[in-house]
Each structure stands twice: as structure tokens, then as C-alpha cells.
Design a protein around this ligand. Structure first.
Ligand code: GUN
Ligand code: ZN
Length: 469
């Protein structure tokens, strides 16, 4: 349909605001259209609303009817590692050992173009099977991996962010960049890929433990020369990582100051994890307009800790948030599974409220904010993720003018096929109200997985159908 106009009919659910701003009445932040029509022109949403209202405005249009599905905006993975697609489920180590044992040796192989290209195909297949239509990805220290990532994303016409992933210490010598090479190669890649098609470039210092002052200065220079680019990194993931960063940056009071010192903390900056950020650091993130990507599957798999969701959503100092799979620190691509884990993290955080053990000094309001309702969860995976990346004018819901990336969820597949959701979906008629839709979505996010992704659409084209090659 490239270049043409077409319409999709079905049941739609999206977020139009941040549900944490509507505590007690979160429905106000969402939109539910039981029988809706989405009109797509040249990959962009041209019109959206109830079928009876929208269809007379577009006579003679080709309509695809997706029955027995809930259609959501495509999921946004704010933090994922493309070259870790082959090391999912590596046993037994916490972050720093895990990097040395499993990750750097694997990522080194991405100097080989064929190896990288084959992985890129598998990586994007896995994203689409999980309903992810946009990601912000790490590559490796070799520009070959960035090139193959962007080339594959271009072939699929997907909205992506990525960049050469700089590291100049704390890895085997043949894996390291020099700050000069990092600067020069980043610059070349920016010129080649940034805003070409749907590609966006993120200047990517891997993490403070692996990046010297010189490499961080190269990042600053790149951001000054290309202020339109994004910045992507890791922060405060694991206690021994934080101790090591402190040794390397003795002049910095805390981890966040490393980025402040280099002029990087600000809009379009995302740091993955942030598990151990202090209240003051979160306030500085909020003030700077910087974002955290919450990666619960990874934080649990690598034993990094419980991210303080309720603290990050402090209404006085809210931090922009996405969710991230952090594959292969995270053990699944599926953002549905990421949301399940995020829900459990919130519940565990609230156990800390028990009078006898309250090391986090949360109050009841923070505890309430820890609870991941389906509105909050799907906000983080869609509009919230877009907001965290300063892409909410382009992605995240069904507003006219946004790019038409979406997923059709099957609430009746996988293990949900045997559950009460079937009857909740009102005698086969599907959800009739926004509350029913939200309940169904809560079931999907806590009991579902890839099997509940029936179709994934990119820019108004179907890019994935479950069961089809
Ligand atoms: N910190 C630096 N590199 C990595 C990585 O590859 N994964 C995770 N989870 N944390 C990191
Ligand atoms: Zn990561």
C-alpha cells in the first residue's frame, strides 16, 4: 500500500495522557473505541475515531477488519542490545562478570558483516513477534554492527534509534574504541544514517565504568555538533558497577554527575536501569528532562535490584520513563513480559512498606504509584516511551499525524485461552467498555507473551502475522 490510503477497522485502545496524573480515575488518560476506524495515508494516521463517524468521511476506502482483537499502538523498547540476540539466557553471573564472560566475547564477533547481518534479521523478527515497532538499541564498538542495524531497520521501514556503542576501557583490548576513532566513526554514521528514512542516531557511551573522560568528551563534542541527536547509556544498575564508576570518577559526587559534568544530561538523553539512583539524582533527571529506561526483566535476571517506580513518578519531580527489555540482560524480547515483571517489581517495592522493614522510606503515595495498572503499563510501553524519547509528536497513540505503527492483540491465545478472560470478553463480542478492555489488558500483560501478538503493523503495512513466515 506504500503511498496509498487504507483503513483498519476494529477495537482500539490507546493512551492520550500519563495515567499517573489521573490517580483514581485513570480511564481519563485512555481512549477506547469499541468499533473504530483508523485511516492511514502514506504510513501516517490521517483520521481516527468511531467507525460510524469516520467512515462517511472516506467513501470507497479499502477497509481491513481485524475482528476479535484489541489494537494498540506499537510497543516502544527504550533499551535493548541488538548484538546480544544470540546470548539470551546466559547462566550465573551478575552484571560485571556477565559482561566479561558472555557479552564482550559475543559482541566482538560483530566485526564480521555476515554475522552481524544475520543477527539483525533475527533481531527485528523477534521485535515484531513481540509487538515492538520501535526500539532504542545498543550496537557494539565496531561500526559494522551499527551499519547492519540501520540497514535492516531501513529495509523494514521501522522507526529506530541506535549508535556506535563506545567503550575504551574495561573490556578486552580488541573490543575497545579509542576516543578519536569513536568520534570519527560516530560522525560518519550520523552523516550516513541520522534522519535517513526513519532512522535516528543516538550518541552512545556504553557506561561510565567503560568510558574514560576522553571518550565522554568526544560524546559532548558530538552532541554539540549534532544537537538533534539522542544520547543513550546505562546508569546505576548494579552496586559493584557503581563502586567501580566511583573509583574512575573520584571528582563526581554520584553517577549522575558524570553525565552532568560532560554536558550530556538533558532532553533526549536516556539511561537504562537507574535502579540505585538517589532521590536527588532522580530530581536532577526530572529537572534536566532526561529519561530512564526501566528494565525489570534484566534487573531481576542479573540480580541488579528493584527499580523505584513510584519514586520516579513523584508528581513534584517526575522522570520521563520508558520500559526496556535490555536483551540479553533481559531474558525476553516481549514487552508484555517486561510489563509483567514491572508489575511484580512494584508489588515487591510495596512489601518494603511493612512497618518492620521500610528501608526505602516510602510513603503511601509512593506505594500507590508503584502499582502498575494496565493503564500505566501500556502507557509506559507506548505513549510514555515516546514521551521519554521526545517522540510523542510522532509515535505513541492513534492521534492523526502520527506514524501508523500498531499491534493487534489476541486476548484469547496462549495460556489466556483457558482463562476467564474468554468470558470477560463478553460472550465473544469483545470488550464493551474501557474497564473491560483494561481488565483484559491486565490479563494479557500478566499472563501473556508473544502468543498474544497476532499482527504487527509498520507504517500502515502488516509486517508480522503470527504463524506465517
Ligand atoms: N552496562 C554496560 N553494558 C551493559 C550491557 O550490555 N547490559 C547491561 N545490562 N548493562 C550494561
Ligand atoms: Zn543494557
Amino acid at each position: 500500500m506504500k503511498g496509498g490510503t487504507r483503513a483498519i477497522r476494529g477495537t482500539f485502545f490507546d493512551l492520550i495522557d500519563d495515567p499517573w496524573k489521573h490517580i483514581g480515575k485513570e480511564q481519563e488518560a485512555a481512549r477506547f473505541v469499541r468499533d473504530g476506524l483508523l485511516v492511514v495515508k502514506d504510513g501516517v494516521i490521517a483520521d481516527f475515531g468511531p467507525f460510524d463517524e469516520v467512515s462517511p468521511r472516506h467513501p470507497g476506502l479499502e477497509v481491513t477488519h481485524l475482528r476479535d482483537r484489541i489494537i494498540l499502538p506499537g510497543f516502544i523498547d527504550g533499551h535493548v542490545h541488538f548484538p546480544q540476540v544470540r546470548v539470551l539466557g546466559a547462566y550465573g553471573n551478575q552484571l560485571l562478570d556477565w559482561l566479561q564472560t558472555w557479552i564482550f566475547p559475543e559482541e566482538l564477533k560483530y566485526r564480521d558483516r555476515d554475522y552481524a547481518r544475520e543477527a539483525a534479521g533475527k533481531f527485528f523478527d523477534a521485535l515484531l513477534a513481540g509487538g515492538t515497532t520501535t526500539c532504542q538499541a545498543f550496537t557494539t564498538s565496531s561500526p559494522v554492527s551499527s551499519e547492519e542495524f540501520f540497514e535492516e531497520a531501513t529495509r523494514r521501514n521501522m522507526r529506530v534509534l541506535a549508535g556506535l556503542t563506545g567503550i575504551d576501557r574495561f573490556a578486552p583490548a580488541d573490543f575497545l574504541n579509542t576516543p578519536e576513532d569513536f568520534y570519527r566513526e560516530s560522525k560518519r554514521l550520523i552523516e550516513q544514517y541520522h534522519r535517513k528514512g526513519r532512522n535516528l542516531y543516538a550518541i552512545t557511551p556504553r557506561f561510565a565504568v567503560g568510558c574514560t573522560d576522553e571518550l565522554m568528551r568526544a560524546c559532548r563534542r558530538l552532541k554539540e555538533e549534532y544537537p538533534d541527536c539522542w544520547i543513550n547509556t546505562h546508569i546505576s544498575e548494579n552496586p559493584s558497577e557503581i563502586r567501580t564508576a566511583k573509583v574512575h570518577y573520584p571528582d563526581c559526587e554520584d553517577y549522575t554527575q558524570v553525565h552532568e559534568k560532560h554536558g550530556l544530561l538533558g532532553p533526549k538523553f536516556t539511561a537504562g536501569h537507574g535502579v540505585w539512583l538517589s532521590n536527588d539524582e532522580m530530581r536532577r533527571f526530572s529537572k534536566a528532562g532526561a529519561a530512564i529506561s526501566f528494565c525489570p526483566l534484566s534487573n531481576m535476571f542479573l540480580g541488579s535490584g528493584l527499580f523505584r517506580l513510584g519514586r520516579a513518578k513523584d508528581p513534584e519531580h517526575p522522570v520521563r520513563l520508558s520500559v526496556g527489555s535490555d536483551v540479553g540482560g533481559g531474558n525476553a524480547f516481549s514487552l508484555i513480559r517486561v510489563l509483567e515483571e514491572a508489575y511484580k517489581v512494584g508489588m515487591c517495592n510495596n512489601t518494603m512498606l511493612d512497618g518492620s522493614v521500610n528501608p526505602r522510606e516510602q510513603d503511601m503515595a509512593e506505594a500507590e504509584r508503584n502499582k502498575l495498572s494496565p493503564y500505566r503499563a501500556f502507557y509506559l510501553a507506548t505513549l510514555g516511551g515516546a514521551h521519554s524519547l521526545y517522540l510523542d509528536d510522532t509515535l505513541g497513540n492513534f492521534d492523526a499525524g502520527k506514524e501508523a505503527d500498531f499491534v493487534a492483540l489476541d486476548w484469547n491465545a496462549g495460556q489466556l485461552a483457558m482463562r476467564w478472560h474468554q468470558s470477560l470478553a463478553v460472550g465473544g463480542e469483545g470488550p464493551q467498555t474501557i474497564d473491560q478492555a483494561a481488565q483484559l489488558l491486565f490479563g494479557v500483560m500478566t499472563c501473556g507473551d508473544d502468543r498474544n501478538i497476532d499482527e504487527t503493523w509498520i507504517a500502515g503495512e502488516r509486517a508480522y502475522k503470527k504463524g506465517e513466515k
